[in-house]
Design a protein around this ligand. Structure first.
Ligand code: M6R
Length: 607
């Protein structure tokens, strides 16, 4: 999705803006631009395609003097990815420039009104109405113009604005789209993402919905819709800059796959006390939990798949029914939710528009809500009754890996924690806690056991379609394995519950059709084995994912990926790892842009 940056200080703004935009590239974009103020002159440079084009056009920013400015990467929604539609947008009189993330839902009505009032539109975007509104409302005070403009907008926005009559200042506003201020000595910044700021400062102020900011080199002021200043103290970011760099790997995705043992350890460590799982973020008593009639897990994409996998542990250990709902479906489904429902929303970014809407819907219906989120200070984190951070560190590759495994880890831990409060696992609590503490080393083994993933990718990368099959937790992991494969390698991949094959899908099996069979659950191994035999007898080539010494599968599969032995309740976080590696290497064989797959964005902030 779009990204914005802003800078004001004592250095040339353009190179700093370009560096910030590069850090936002992972979010996905198709055009970019900057506006820099030099004295009272605003100059705008825009390009289609990559930031490198903008660097070339501005000679790495050197050709654009000025000490403050704003920048943008655009992921086209309203209007094609052209220079005209790229941000920043200028007002007709050239005094104001605006960058915007989000969607202005009432832009057509505003456009009509502004056109009648004589404003000329240069683009097809919804954003352009904002800059004309600011020009219309400006009577000498930018605060006033910004507030009056915001009052006219319906939808979501993170805005960055400069005004030639206010040299040295950059303005910002937030409504349902992330925006963070970076506070430094004699310089201040804003950006839609901490990763664009962390090279310059560790001190962040998270803007909330309805808040505005006025930044000069010496001050970062936040104000509300009445124009009154709000006191907000900066929060210090603790992860280091290298966490957001590739660190010698060819791609962020591979680095993040390899980081999973450490990330999962960071998820677990603060939540084990005296050998037991404990969440200080939560305050559920036994009667509170007994009062819950069902749990709904809602999320999108991989976070939804994490819910599908974690459900088994929650149901098995807590004996509470768990429903999994896609957030984009739940919000329009008139869901049966009340004060006896516990809703768990899952989101790596904490900014996914559908998940935010589903969370709001559930809260309105009286549910108790827990958010499992990675990005600190994100919208979902601030909306839920309780937030559990996954502590996975920054995830840059669009395809999530450590985000997913840490989400499942939290679900496992919640299952043990709730079950312990409910008094269901007295004798087994230590053993379950031990299983959880072993996850990081087992994930490491799942990496180490599969050096063959690279060679297998060479064998399978030309396939037209890949079918992933499995039962129970294996099926949940198959869903995520297929998503990983399709989103980065563009090979058509689908997951099927193995028992469902004979109800239709088996018609697609023909000679040499690759089938990736997940068999990591001892209790139902024989069942999956018969499904493998069914597809093999119709000519399929089977790549099985199973335990190292699983002789039954070894003898029927054509190729193998391995995991270490693990209880099926906790296996999903381990099983996915070889599939992530396979997807990565297939995508590499296919020459794909692995960290920035086409048409995708890291954080989907529009519906
Ligand atoms: O930030 P979120 O976890 O809310 O994102 C949800 C999905 O957009 C995300 O998981 C998406 O499916 C990724 N491309 C998966 O790799």
């Amino acid at each position: 999705m779009c990204g914005i940056v802003g800078f004001t200080g004592k250095h040339n703004a353009a190179p700093i803006l370009l560096e910030g935009l590069k850090k936002l590239e992972y979010r996905g974009y198709d055009s970019a631009g900057i506006a820099v103020m030099n004295g009272s002159e605003i100059s705008v440079d825009k390009v289609t395609g990559r930031i490198s084009n903008l660097c070339e056009k501005t000679r790495d920013g050197g050709a654009v003097p000025g000490l403050c400015g704003i920048g943008h990467t655009r992921w086209a929604t309203h209007g094609a990815p052209t220079e005209e539609n790229a941000h920043p947008h200028l007002s007709n009189d050239g005094r104001f420039a605006v960058v915007h993330n989000g969607i202005i839902e009432n832009y057509l009505a505003l456009r009509e009104e502004l056109t009648e009032a004589g404003y000329r539109f240069e683009s097809e975007t919804d954003t352009e109405v904002i800059v004309h509104l600011i020009e219309m409302y400006y009577k000498g005070s930018m605060r006033e113009a910004l507030i009056n403009t915001a009052n006219r907008l319906h939808g979501s926005y993170a805005l960055g604005v400069i005004c030639s009559e206010d040299p040295g200042k950059i303005y910002a506003a937030r409504e349902a789209s992330p925006l963070i201020l970076g506070v430094g000595p004699e310089e201040n910044f804003f950006a839609s993402d901490v990763t664009a700021l962390v090279n310059n400062t560790r001190n962040m102020i998270y803007l909330e919905d309805g808040e505005f900011a006025e930044l000069s080199p010496d001050a970062a002021r936040v104000f509300d819709v009445t124009g009154q200043d709000i006191r907000k103290s900066p929060v210090r970011i603790t992860w280091d800059v290298q966490a957001a760099e590739k660190g010698g790997y060819d791609h962020f995705m591979l680095k993040e796959i390899m980081e999973q043992p450490g990330a999962v350890k960071a998820t677990i460590a603060p939540r084990i006390k005296d050998g037991r799982v404990f969440f200080e973020e939560l305050s559920f008593s036994r009667p509170d939990l007994q009062n819950i009639r069902k749990i709904i897990i809602t999320a999108c994409g991989s976070a939804y798949h994490a819910g599908c996998a974690g459900r088994y542990a929650l149901e098995k250990l807590c004996r509470i029914p768990v429903e999994i709902e896609l957030a984009s479906e739940l919000r329009y489904s008139d869901p049966l939710i009340d004060e006896h429902t516990l809703v768990i929303v899952i989101s790596q970014s904490g900014e996914t528009a559908d998940t935010i809407a589903a969370l709001k819907e559930c809260r309105e219906r009286g549910a108790k809500t827990i958010a499992i989120v990675n990005v600190v200070g994100s919208t979902i984190a601030s909306l839920a009754d309780s937030t559990i951070y996954t502590w996975a560190g920054p995830e840059i590759a669009v395809a999530t890996t450590k985000g997913y495994t840490t989400q499942i880890t939290i679900l496992y831990m919640l299952a043990v924690y709730f079950s312990s409060i409910l008094g269901y696992i007295a004798g087994a609590e230590v053993a379950y806690t031990d299983e959880i503490q072993q996850l990081p080393s087992r994930i490491q083994q799942a990496i180490d056991l599969n050096p063959s993933a690279e060679a297998l990718a060479k064998k399978y990368h030309r396939s037209k379609a890949l079918f992933f099959i499995g039962r129970n937790t294996d099926y949940a992991v198959a869903l995520e394995g297929a998503l990983k494969m399709k989103e980065i390698s563009y090979v058509h991949s689908e997951a099927y519950a193995a028992g469902e094959l004979k109800h239709g899908t088996i018609a697609l099996i023909e000679e040499k059709q690759p089938v990736i069979a997940l068999c990591c659950n001892h209790a139902i191994m024989e069942k999956t084995l018969s499904n493998i035999v069914e597809v093999k007898s119709r000519g399929a080539k089977v790549l099985a994912l199973t335990f190292r010494n699983n002789q039954k599968i070894l003898s029927v599969a054509d190729d193998l990926l391995f995991i270490p032995d693990v209880d099926a309740v906790f296996s999903a976080a381990i099983e996915i790892v070889p599939l992530q590696l396979l997807a990565y290497y297939v995508a590499r064989e296919n020459g794909c842009d692995i960290d920035k797959p086409k048409n995708l964005a890291k954080s989907v902030t529009v519906e």
